[in-house]
Design a protein around this ligand. Structure first.
Ligand SMILES: Nc1ncnc2c1ncn2[C@@H]1O[C@H](COP(=O)(O)OP(=O)(O)OP(=O)(O)O)[C@@H](O)[C@H]1O
Ligand SMILES: [Mg+2]
Length: 346
């Protein structure tokens, strides 16, 4: 029996699941699915609301015919503290541990006892030369948030095989660890947030999360036209940023919000490129449900002056010929779930 891996992405607007099998060093799609998240869902901390999430997860697993109990889950970037520390000299492993704890105290707004600290060495000079250095990606996950996710899984009778961040998962599925891929900015547009990840040589160098996302766009339309939220949601999906539709009125209502998101993207690119270590950012990959907005790819390409493409997490995965067209429609929504299922280590 080939090994089955399952990635579970619990979003504020929908829950996505992907299961893959690994055969001869290649991942193959076994199953996928999504279900709307119950509200208030992850916004709440009460047992009743978390139970509702667990029930939806169980429904999704049955509908997708997944009976694997071990899953890989992601914490939202907005809830964790991620930082690249690049001003360390050459350090041994032991020295590194204490240097990271020391540095973490500066960028984490809570005590170290309240977080799980993880890190990944991005670069370490060979020897103790004068300008030798160590660069590490540090992730601090508040224990309270981790406990909440584990609780939801327990309620759903599932076990976490691993827990990582959404940006790590999306980077794995959209860029991989290919050292030859060009400098890439991943823009992950969910319902509640947009997350930015600058990736160079397969490694994450900078992340940022802002609380402007798909819901902000819908709300802006609803206000502008005095629509119900559901109607605004439809208009957003049908007309989006198409300037020639409805006399450009939808475009005008959405533009200021999209410009906030694009502006943040620009700042992330600038911040990344002022560090001399890297290649410049050559392309932008648009991911998350918001990536499907009509006209967005072209609009961002013009504003950012870069190649912009819609995320395709299915690209490296073997799938039935017959399902390719259907998978393409929803592709950007599955970047995180696919990335989680692609995780090999426990
Ligand atoms: N065709 C479309 N055009 C514009 N927006 C879309 C389209 N399809 C989905 N969206 C938007 O994408 C958002 C949902 O995306 P996604 O499923 O990535 O979010 P989520 O994971 O549930 O939320 P979060 O990541 O914030 O927890 C919603 O705001 C929805 O309106
Ligand atoms: Mg999401």
């Amino acid at each position: 029996m080939p090994k089955i891996t399952v990635g579970l992405d619990i979003g504020y607007s929908s829950i996505k699941v992907v299961s893959l099998s690994k055969e001869k060093e290649q991942f193959k799609l076994v199953s996928l699915g999504s279900i709307p998240s119950p509200q208030p869902g992850l916004f709440s901390d009460t047992d009743a609301d978390l139970e509702a999430l667990a029930t939806s997860i169980n429904k999704l697993f049955s509908a997708s015919k997944i009976d694997t109990k071990e899953v890989v889950v992601a914490l939202p970037e907005s809830r964790v503290f991620t930082r690249v520390i690049d001003d360390l000299p050459y350090l041994t492993d032991n020295e590194l541990t204490s240097a990271i704890r020391y540095a973490a105290e500066e960028f984490i707004p809570m005590s170290l006892a309240e977080v799980n600290l993880n890190w990944q060495v991005l670069f370490r000079s060979q020897a103790k030369t004068t300008n030798a250095k160590t660069v590490v990606l540090v992730i601090a996950s508040p224990k309270r948030i981790v406990a909440k996710y584990i609780k939801i899984l327990q309620m759903a009778n599932l076990r976490p095989r691993a827990l990582e961040t959404e940006t790590i998962a999306a980077t794995r599925s959209l860029v991989g660890n290919n050292p030859f891929s060009p400098g890439t900015l991943i823009m992950q547009m969910g319902a509640t947030t947009t997350d930015f990840t600058a990736v160079s040589k397969g490694l994450i160098w900078l992340t940022r999360s802002i609380s402007t996302g798909g819901m902000t766009l819908t709300r802006s339309l609803a206000q502008h036209f005095n629509f119900e939220v559901s109607q605004a949601e439809q208009y957003k999906k049908i007309y989006g940023l198409m300037e020639d539709q409805l006399g450009g009125k939808v475009f005008e209502a959405l533009k200021p919000i999209v410009d906030i998101i694009a502006g943040e993207g620009k700042r992330v690119i600038q911040a990344f490129e002022t560090k001399s270590l890297h290649d410049p950012i050559k392309r932008v990959v648009l991911s998350g449900g918001g990536a499907k907005m009509p006209g967005l790819v072209i609009y961002l390409a013009n504003i950012l002056g870069l190649e912009v493409q819609e995320a395709d997490p299915w690209f490296p995965i073997i799938k039935d010929q017959g399902s390719i067209a259907r998978l393409a429609q929803e592709a950007p929504s599955y970047s995180i779930a696919v990335g989680l299922a692609l995780r090999e280590e426990d």
